[in-house]
Design a protein around this ligand. Structure first.
Ligand code: NAG
Ligand code: NAG
Ligand code: NAG
Ligand code: NAG
Ligand code: NAG
Ligand code: NAG
Ligand code: NAG
Ligand code: NAG
Ligand code: CA
Ligand code: CA
Ligand code: CA
Length: 726
């Protein structure tokens, strides 16, 4: 009788725990490493059963078994986490125990932007004025029907901003239509040639790490892969079902990301995903308490079978956080690029952050700045930065998402967002922020992987560096030509993604040599950092074996300062390329500095590691009363540590991938030089031969191309540019 009662209680308990509608999703996440080589899942199961914990599986690549417990469900509820950990630690079958540390994570879209809403309304009424808009029926009509019948396709300006010659020669229509939302031509990621050549993401698996995935949505359901999806916000995810807990704005984020990257084409509804034939998977992790352990798990889950993992979230973008991955997430990212995608490396695509208005700097976010991550920023329909964008030298590229350039709401901007599926079977045209940039990029990269599945994650990074374009010449203050001839910018990375050109490169790409790294430390004494000073320390790299062609460069820095936001750090390479690793941040009032923070730059790409590296630290005088008080109370600070981690590969002389780039001195290009580059890149973009398989070549377009190129190549600057192998 008693036994029966206990059984009934147990069953009741389990049921209550599995209740999806319960808000009480407080989990304790524990990772245990078994002794010796013993990773036997049966032993882990046995331990879990003995200790009344739930074994949520093995975390690939990190060697931990993931144990979970929901406080409420714990029959011995008085047992504290400490007790459990203590019990586990004293178990001789267990070598080590890690408890997930709680983290604060924010999605990178906009929850509140009344100004943007108002502008959107204003824009809509502006569009209705007949004088400014030639007939909408036509917009609705044949031009767009020619390709896709999706209702919102014509609003996907970031995919299709038709240029005159395309309208005339490709679609054989003469119409003064500048693009799908009447945005200027050439402001899109150039995906049309890729689609026309037959690339749509077939066979590529994009996984969205977020707050869930409404996989029953008609935009997603056909290509949804339950076997590579998971719900980490659910204790017992036997069904691998990452469906959002609620179908409202609190949990629409992951679904929107998936719609942007992989929404179905020609189903009449919503828009067209960039990779509209890719597979889609979802890892639900943002709807509940998140920990280091869960983050690491989300990044490694099914990595072997996943092509691309897209993340549009991170430490809160309020300009006060300075946070880098700990040991677990570092191990997860390393595992992802070494074992992921059947050994070619998962592409970790990450949204660079929305903290621009709060003075945030993506250099303070060690996730987007990680050397295994492809960090993507966002620009608007004019190719200009957005007021919410964060600028730093780890950004690889930007994608179009829309958004005002300046903070002023008076700016006549078209606040056009990304089109996506929305939870509950709906659609949206208002997916804003860098959140949209990552999945748009992920979709584009899926086409590149389809074109050449043998590309490693580093090949893809190289191809981005080689093909990204300067999007607009009106915002040119921070472009630099580095020592290898790449144009780089804190605002745009290497430029805006150009999927057509990436595929053209991918089709004839030879894998780059393996990645090597060197590490060198500054071994001088600590350097005082007085207020209002500029201090420089250098270190000489006389040898960096096997690295002749730099990729990622990490400055590992520890410093103290009375106010962290008043410290700016610049790393200058032997070729003279400066990178502002962290800029001043008004909101960062932390008074302890930072310990071993990895500031990363991709701006030395292709340069030589050998020579004198300089770390320049500038400190500014207190800007506010609080800062003045803090300055009076505390000693200013010291540089405590500077280590340089140089990643790259050996570039053989017969390498046929990279444009031959000659090591030279970096310089700031003049307006004329930028113009030359911009026009040259534009003419390549408009070339019908951009891809071998591009189908719509004809004489007219070819002539057009030659005419444009010819006038440019007679430019005075061409001899100058030949120095850089262009
Ligand atoms: C545009 O097309 C949609 C669906 O095909 C239709 O409902 C709508 O009335 C059309 N608008 C105009 C202005 O023709
Ligand atoms: C998890 O759920 C499955 C079925 O839903 C059930 O059979 C199993 O006992 C549950 N496990 C735990 C530990 O709750
Ligand atoms: C995942 O990839 C591995 C290694 O290539 C393969 O053995 C396995 O069958 C794949 N898993 C699924 C579910 O397809
Ligand atoms: C570049 O931006 C300016 C606004 O600063 C805009 O007027 C111009 O049209 C843009 N250029 C292109 C080619 O879109
Ligand atoms: C610092 O390192 C250089 C070589 O990198 C070495 O020559 C020098 O002796 C070192 N100085 C100290 C104090 O260790
Ligand atoms: C350089 O490359 C060779 C051959 O790939 C390798 O054996 C060696 O360990 C590498 N050296 C360093 C310092 O990584
Ligand atoms: C920074 O240096 C410390 C001390 O040498 C080291 O433990 C840490 O791994 C380094 N971090 C990076 C990202 O290289
Ligand atoms: C591919 O690269 C090889 C080696 O550089 C070159 O000979 C060949 O012409 C290229 N093919 C195409 C179609 O560009
Ligand atoms: Ca679930
Ligand atoms: Ca659709
Ligand atoms: Ca940020």
């Amino acid at each position: 009788m008693n036994v029966l009662l206990i059984l009934i209680l147990c069953v009741w308990n389990i049921n209550a725990c599995g209740d999806e509608n319960d808000d009480d999703d407080e989990f304790i996440d524990i990772g245990i490493q078994l002794n010796g080589d013993n990773r036997d899942i049966l032993i882990a199961d046995l331990i879990a059963e003995e200790k009344d914990l739930y074994n949520a599986g093995h975390i690939s690549g990190i060697g931990l078994h993931h144990f979970r417990i929901q406080r409420r469900c714990n029959r011995r509820s008085k047992r504290s986490v400490e007790d459990i950990v203590d019990e586990l630690k004293h178990d001789e079958r267990i070598a080590s125990v890690v408890v997930g540390e709680p983290l604060e994570r924010k999605k990178r879209d906009f929850v509140h932007d009344d100004e943007l809403e108002a502008l959107y309304k204003r824009y809509r009424s502006w569009r209705k004025q007949p004088s400014l808009l030639d007939d909408e029926a036509d917009m609705n009509g044949s031009l767009f029907k020619m390709t896709f019948d999706d209702a919102l396709y014509k609003k996907q300006w970031y995919l299709v901003s038709l240029s005159m010659w395309e309208i005339q020669f490709v679609f054989r229509r003469f119409k003064e239509n500048e693009g799908q939302l009447k945005t200027p031509a050439n402001h899109d990621i150039n995906v049309i040639p890729a689609w026309l050549a037959g690339y749509s993401g077939k066979g590529v698996i994009i996984s969205i790490i977020d707050d869930g995935l409404d996989h029953k949505h008609p935009e997603l359901t056909e290509k949804y892969l339950p076997q590579f999806s998971y719900d980490l916000n659910d204790l017992n995810d036997t069904e691998h079902d990452p469906s959002p807990r609620t179908y409202d704005s609190a949990n629409n984020h992951g679904t929107r990301c998936a719609g942007a990257s992989s929404g179905k084409a020609n189903n009449g509804m919503c828009g067209v995903g960039v990779a509209y034939n890719s597979y889609i998977a979802g890892i639900r992790v943002l709807d509940g308490r998140i920990t280091t352990l869960l983050e690491a798990r989300a990044l490694t889950l099914f990595a072997v079978n996943t092509s691309i993992k897209s993340a549009s979230w991170g430490p809160t973008d309020d300009g006060t956080k300075m946070e880098a991955p700990g040991q677990l997430v570092n191990a997860a990212l390393d595992y992802g690029v070494t074992h992921g995608r059947h050994g070619k490396g998962v592409l970790f695509v990450w949204a660079s952050g929305n903290g621009g208005a709060a003075g945030d700097d993506c250099g303070a976010d060690g996730y987007v700045s990680h050397h295994n991550v492809i960090s993507i920023g966002s620009i608007n329909h004019l190719g200009k930065t957005t007021y919410f964008g964060e600028f730093c030298p780890s950004t690889m590229a930007v994608a179009y998402t829309g958004g005002r350039h300046g903070k002023s709401s008076l700016e006549p901007s078209m606040p056009v967002g990304v089109v996506a599926a929305d939870v509950g079977g709906k659609c949206t045209t208002k997916f804003f922020g860098t959140s949209g940039a990552a999945p748009v990029a992920a979709g584009g990269l899926a086409l590149v992987l389809e074109a050449n599945p043998d590309l490693t994650y580093r090949d893809v990074m190289h191809i981005i560096a080689e093909t990204a374009r300067i999007p607009n010449l009106s915002e040119t203050d921070d472009w630099i030509i580095n020592g290898a001839g790449f144009h780089v910018s804190d605002k745009f990375g290497f430029g805006v993604l150009d999927i057509g050109q990436m595929i053209a490169r991918a089709q004839n790409w030879t894998n780059v040599n393996p990645r090597y790294e060197c590490y060198q430390e500054y071994n001088g004494t600590n350097v005082a950092l007085p207020i209002g000073a500029t201090v420089e320390v250098s270190l000489n790299v006389d040898k960096c074996q096997n690295v002749t062609y730099l990729e990622h460069v990490v400055a590992n820095v520890s410093f103290t300062f009375h106010r962290r936001g008043d410290v700016k750090i610049t790393l200058i390479s032997p070729s003279g390329t400066p990178s502002e690793m962290i800029s001043y941040r008004d909101n960062d009032a932390a008074n302890k500095g930072i310990t071993f923070f990895p500031f990363m730059s991709v701006h030395k790409w292709g340069e030589s590691p050998v020579g004198r590296w300089t770390l320049r630290i500038e400190t500014r005088t207190p800007q506010t009363r609080d800062a003045q008080k803090s300055a009076m109370k505390n000693d200013a600070g010291q540089l405590l540590y500077f280590g340089l981690r140089l990643f790259g590969s050996y570039l053989s002389d017969d390498s046929n991938n990279m444009q031959k780039r000659h090591e030279s001195s970096a310089f700031v290009p003049g307006q004329k030089e930028l113009e030359w580059l911009y026009k040259r890149e534009l003419s390549i973009r408009q070339s019908p031969n951009i891809m071998q398989k591009r189908e719509f070549q004809n004489l007219a377009t070819e002539r057009q191309r030659r005419k444009e190129q010819h006038s440019e190549e007679s430019s005075l600057l061409s001899s100058f540019w030949k120095r850089f192998g262009f």
